[in-house]
Unconditional design. Structure first.
Length: 642
């Protein structure tokens, strides 16, 4: 038994406990103090909503439809599986205040719900039996907000406890392996050839197939990590009847499912997709369940059970017998439908937390694939691990890290992922994908040198890719500290607004849009629309993103191009790319404070989204006190002087 592994995992459990307390406390404070308006602005609440129909879904849960009626342009954070609370708001006129101002009081309903799916401004929520009427019969305005996610933490704590206690089984073996320098087991066979992959992708697929215990596919930006992973899954299925595929977020699970389905692989998706279209819904468990030939019979039995309960007379002695008979028949059908669905599926896919779903009880798999593994807390990766023999991790620990809210837990090392741990202990299990297909070579080179030891090269066909304009330089850094701001325009120094609302730099926002407008004018409207040249405007600060969105909306100039422009945070651009990227850095102050811009992995994501043109807007005097930004500034200057 590896004691140091167990101590490390116990330490992690304590850190996770700290994170849990921090998040719970923050949530409690927000619920009390943070105005509803603020929650709505942050995308954590809809208010007011109209409450629609309620019905039983195919999994026999009571669901209710919720429609957002205002603030429809705000991107929200509701998605499948998240817990929600409902509330009403009433206004009372306060006597104490001479003006008779209104006090708003919030009343929360006693039950919680879970998001079943969201599509635009319509959401379906699972609520406990009998509570739909509480919402439908209210005469005050109703709202819905995200609630504290107790379940995810519970599942992570369970997973850690299970790993800590594991003895003489596969889980204990993997734990001791990952926490030591012990060599991982491998099969030996001649490499297979995949002519449609590049050399590093081909090597990665072969390493996955040879791994007895663990392999890591390290995919820097634009190197075709998903393509490689799909190939590896496809090849693994030539040797195993079924695999489990997980990722941290619903979005990442959707993305890989879609690619697998395109390859003609039968995927069963546990949970609902973030993008609700027929293609995506087609492989969800719920849709498949409904489509099963035995389903109408099951539906009829459930209906009979509800009728029976409703009609229950005090004297009906047969009531219990009848109910039990129907119940056992329903269970029998459910088991049969499940056996069929799981029997035909080759890939079972879910989020890491979703892999604790009771549907997977007793299921075992040869291989587990974890995509975006560098964004998942280690505890989350252990959740599906008890069901498998070996694990393949794919991701990039030089891009976005997992989100950790507690500073103390972060300092204690909660942010260190399982992928990072294995990369450190077993470098021989890692294959770096070394050819990128996204960016102009000069955009990629800086990231490759700083983060990947210069090992990532640009594919020859991309090297020849011309810029949008002749004689155009692919990277520009506009020093907003030196740029003139008009007399009526806001200053280009950062401002801090509201406790949790973050920083904004209004002058820089104006300059960002002015730069985009100038660049668009140079390219010409016809060409932009004809070639669908798309743009991403990124800021690490959420408040700046909201401010920029507002400006883009207001500007007449951008009207024809609205569909081509996306404004979002760095996290919002994970895994995406655009022809043109502008980054508004926000920070501009006397003391050279740059806050969380010090997390360079975020910046790596931001600067590697652009295919052809990257424009950075930032105050050079503030930013270049940090060695990374100093180096970046010098690199950009050098390119532009050639």
């Amino acid at each position: 038994m590896n004691n140091s592994a167990i101590q490390s995992l116990q330490q992690q459990r304590l850190l996770l406990q700290m994170e849990y307390q921090t998040e719970k406390e923050a949530f409690r404070k927000q619920t009390e103090a943070m105005g509803i308006g603020r929650k709505v602005k942050r995308g954590d609440a809809w208010f007011p909503v109209s409450v629609g129909q309620s019905h039983y879904n195919s999994l026999n849960q009571m669901t209710i439809e919720i429609l957002r009626t205002q603030d429809q342009d705000i991107e929200h954070n509701f998605e499948y599986g998240k817990p929600v609370m409902f509330f009403t708001v009433s206004q009372t006129t306060s006597k104490a205040n001479a003006k008779g101002s209104k006090d708003t009081s919030i009343h929360y309903f006693s039950f919680a719900g879970t998001v079943s799916y969201v599509e635009g401004d319509r959401m379906v929520v699972v609520v406990p039996e009998g509570h739909a009427l509480d919402l439908q019969g209210v005469d005050k305005p109703v709202g819905v907000q995200l609630s504290f996610d107790e379940t995810s933490y519970r599942v992570m704590f369970d997973a850690l406890d299970r790993v800590i206690r594991a003895k003489n089984n596969r889980l204990a073996y993997l734990r001791d392996l990952f926490y030591s320098k012990m060599a991982a087991g491998r099969f030996t066979f001649a490499p297979m050839s995949f002519p449609w992959l590049n050399e590093t992708q081909e090597r990665a697929v072969n390493e996955v197939l040879r791994a007895k215990d663990v392999a890591i596919v390290h995919g820097p930006p634009g190197t075709g990590k998903t393509t490689t992973l799909v190939e590896a899954i496809n090849e693994t299925l030539m040797r195993e009847s079924q695999v489990l595929v997980c990722a941290q977020s619903n979005m990442a699970v959707d993305w890989i499912c879609e690619k697998l389905v395109d390859r003609g692989i039968n995927v069963l998706r546990i949970g609902n997709p973030t993008r609700v279209n027929d293609k995506m819904l087609g492989f969800t468990y719920e849709r498949r369940f409904e489509a099963h030939p035995d389903y109408p019979q099951l539906w009829a039995i459930r209906k009979a059970m509800r009728e029976l309960r409703r009609r229950k007379k005090g004297r009906d002695d047969n009531f219990h017998q009848k109910l039990e008979r129907l119940k056992s028949r329903a269970t029998e059908l459910e088991i049969r439908i499940n056996a069929d669905l799981f029997g035909e599926a080759r890939v079972i896919a879910s989020t890491l937390v979703g892999s604790a779903n009771r549907l997977l009880e007793g299921q075992k798999f040869g291989t587990l694939f974890i995509d975006e593994a560098a964004q998942a807390l280690e505890a989350a990766c252990w959740i599906p691990m008890r069901r498998v023999t070996r694990v393949i991790l794919a991701g990039d620990h030089c891009q976005l890290p997992p989100t950790v809210k507690s500073i103390a837990a972060l300092k204690g090392g909660l942010g260190k992922t399982l992928m990072e741990r294995i990369v450190e202990n077993k470098p021989e299990c890692v294959t770096l994908l070394g050819v990128q297909y996204r960016m102009n070579d000069e955009i990629m080179k800086f990231s490759s040198d700083w983060f990947y030891g210069g090992k990532v090269k640009t594919a020859p066909e991309i090297q020849q890719r011309k810029s949008i304009l002749n004689f155009d330089r692919p990277i520009l850094w506009l020093d907003t500290g030196q740029m003139e701001v008009g007399p009526d325009e806001p200053s280009n120094k950062e401002q801090f607004i509201g406790e949790s609302f973050g920083r904004v730099n209004k002058g820089e926002a104006e300059l960002t849009l002015k730069s985009l407008q100038d660049y668009f004018t140079k390219i010409g409207k016809e060409r932009i629309l004809e070639e669908q040249i798309d743009v991403g405007v990124i800021s690490p600060y959420r408040a700046q993103v909201q401010y920029l969105r507002k400006l883009v909306k207001q500007r007449e100039f951008f009207k024809p191009y609205r569909r081509l422009i996306t404004v979002n945070t760095v996290d919002g651009f994970q895994g995406q790319e655009r022809d043109i990227i502008l980054i508004s850095m926000v920070r501009a102050n006397e003391n050279g404070e740059i806050g969380f811009l010090r997390d360079l992995r975020r910046m790596n994501v931001a600067i590697t989204r652009a295919r052809m043109k990257l424009i950075i807007l930032g105050d050079v005097a503030t930013l270049t006190r940090h060695p990374f930004y100093k180096k970046l500034w010098e690199y950009v200057q050098e390119i532009n002087e050639r």
